[in-house]
Design a protein around this ligand. Sequence first.
Ligand code: ADP
Length: 958
Amino acid sequence: MINTGRRPVPEGVYAARMSGFPTLPDVWLKRLTEAFETAGAPHSSESLLDAALGQALDLLPGASGEVWFAGPDDGLPDLQVSSGAWRRAREERRGAVHRTLQRHAPRSVHPEPGLFDEGLLLFPFRGTGEVHAALVVEVPGAHAVTREQRLALQTLTDHLAAHLSRRSHGNESSRLRHLAQAAVRINEIQGLQATLDVITEEARALIGAHQAVTSLTVSADWAQAVTAVSMSDKYAPWQSYAVPPDGSGIYALVCQGNTPLRLSQAELEAHPRWRAFGPHAQAHPPMRGWLAVPLVGRDGQNIGLIQLSDRFTGDFTAEDQDVLVQLALVAAARVENARLYDVAQEELRRREQVERDLRALNDGLERRVNDRTQQLEVAARQLQDQVNALDGFVAFHEAVGTQTDVLALVQQAAGVIRASLAHVSVAYYERESGLWKARVWSEDILPHVVAQIQAGVPEDAPDFARAVQSGAPVFIDGWEADANSLSSTASYGAVALTPVSTPGGLRGMLAVGTQDARVWTDREQAIVRSVGRSLELALERAEVTSRLQAQNAVLEGFAHLTRDLATQRDPLVIVRRAQEVMLSLLPAGYALYYTPDAGRWRNRVQVGDVGHRDLQAFIDAGPLIGLTPTVDVPWQSRAPYYQDQYARGSDTPPELVTHVSTAASLPVVVRDEVVGVLVMVLFQGRPWTSTDRVVLETVVGSLGLALERAESVALLAQRTEQLESSNAELARSNAELEQFAYVASHDLQAPIRAVTSFASMISRRNGEQLDERGQLYLRHIIDSGEHMKNLVDDLLAFSRLHTQQLAVQPVDSRRVFDTVLHRLSAVPGNEQAQITRSDLPLVLADRQQLDQLLQNLIGNSLKYRRADVLPRVHVSAEADGRMWRFAVKDNGIGIDPRYFDKIFVIFQRLHGRDVYEGTGIGLAVCKKILERHGGRLWVESTPGEGSTFYFTLPQAPA
Ligand code: ADP
């Protein structure tokens, strides 16, 4: 039989116990238990009720309280004990109790402990057993009773119910005492496992069984379950037996349903969920009946169970079960507290650990911060040292961005070095005629030292030479002033010489001298190197910038120049413009342009005054070629010749050029030939910079091109002129010729006709009187006359082509062909000839001339037939762009390709008249006709097979 036990214990009880940790209920519960203990023995109902009421009123100062029991058969309840001054009448209270007991089944679950009725707070008894009763409390302002107080009262009621229940079952005082004592012991233990152990131990002792097991799950998870086992001495050998429950046994029913289970051994073995011990059968102690009650958490969820087996005597009783349920109440509360306590302890340990860690961290941090602060202070001092230097660098780089003046840049660099390094002097040298001469120096340098460095250091001074050779800074510890011909600098301890180069070559030497130290430190060396490099870059940029600026100026100037010169044809004007551009970009001076002329250099263009009357006279007279290097050298070498210092006396008597300092002479090249030399002379001494050179060479290069163009333009103009005049000439003579041809052929017609007709008459009338020779002569006369007549006719037709007005119109070439065919077929000898055509198009042409064209071409095809071959001529046409391309194809004798051009020239024939009669004008006429129509005529042929004459004519608009 399955003992379904009783309904679950109302959650309010647990909630009350757990609502504070560790708060009132625990302490109070202890006191309550003690009060019950001391309520006197034998415990009378009355003394118990008094004790309980006392506790209740302790909780609620100023309240009144009483306990009512339900009457028989649901009759009106009876008052048992009462205390305090009531405001509500007894009957009123009785009614409220009655209603409550009827409405609310004692064990029903309420979310809030206690019920309000007519201003009274009522707690129906909810314990086990049959007693129905209620604790009634009247508090001034009852609704102000705290939830906690209500929970406590509910617990009190529950306990009272349990005690009264025991009493109704007989003498249970010792058990109750045990239960109370067990509760006290359980409540005293700290720590989860220890608490579980005590609970198990107490449960076994309280009920009197040989085995007890308490299991605690975590959120119904058996894998994490905690278990405690207690065995009597009887089972000493099993003391260490502990198979962790996995939640699959019959005990799971207890947990799932939150209900106690009480079974005899027989009932247990008959139970469907009983599965014995499987592989543990031998190891497991015998059961002999089983009692299990759930442990219920404050939220009403199961948290585990207490199991007992093998009662000392007989089977487990219902009363055992009630007692164990009571113990489970206390145990569950305690276990949850213990759990919370463990959690709290764990949290505390964790916090402490965190705090320890933090403290350690803090200590470390503090130490590190101190260390770091010290380091930072050192670094800050070092930084401060460098700030000045950096400021200098910044200033330097800013200046570099805009500054293009070399010496100004050097000045900046010197400033940077002196800002970065204490106690140094700086000087910058440039090479000049074998010496290093100081151009810039720091203001600290003493006057006599300045005088010496300005005067110059020989290029072969050992340390200077070494620096030049290595191309890198040279650091000299222990400066030897005398050895470097700088005796005045003996007070310097160490010197650094930094050669400064740009892509254009070595520009100068940066010298840094220490006033005290005799040795260079790494840091100092680094600064000198860095400034040297920056200076180089700055100079390079300055050079590029000024070169670009100059180039721009020149190009702009020359853009003007070339624009001006675009139409200019006079080379000397062009040269003058170039000279003007050059001079505008240079300091004061003059420009000459020499070309060779009979052993002398002839000055063809001059811009600027040469500054000396005799010099001008000398120039004008023409310096001798071969004795004037300034002009000879570039002429010969075809390369510019720069004289930073003009070699006075080399070209002219020296006294004429004392005012002249610098010269540059550049060959002017036109079409790869030197045509002259441009000489620039400056009064002031000045080395030609790379920028100057670019300027001069660009201008002279462009000058050459301008001259070349001028020449071409002139040549072209000349050619054009010539062509124009010869064209006019040709046109005139052509017109004359045409006129002549026309007149001649026209006028010749009459005499020729006369000659031939008279000759024919003689032949007819007097032919027989003539001997054979005479008759032959006469035939010759007639033939020649006939030929002459043809010639004149053809010539007349040809010359008419020039004079005749063209009547161009759409013409159906088929019809023209048909006319020509008809005409030619009638000529004797052509009867057998096959003359055919394809579908021929509409063309834009003069009908009469098209007729003549076809007549000539088809006529030739018939004439130049092969002796034993039936002549075939076919005319066809194909579209060719906006033209029609016609083909007149025959199977005649053909034409040797060598003569393809010749045959179209007037009077040109390939055969004697004795073989093929003709005048050599036909094709010339055809050609002319097509020219006049904007078409072309050409031939393709294979000798012995035939020829095809092609011509094109414009298509007639559709
Ligand atoms: P002609 O026929 O009066 O001699 P043309 O000007 O018509 O003069 O022709 C020039 C020459 O071209 C001819 O003498 C002939 O040698 C050659 N010729 C022209 N047409 C043909 C042709 N269809 N086949 C072969 N030769 C030709």
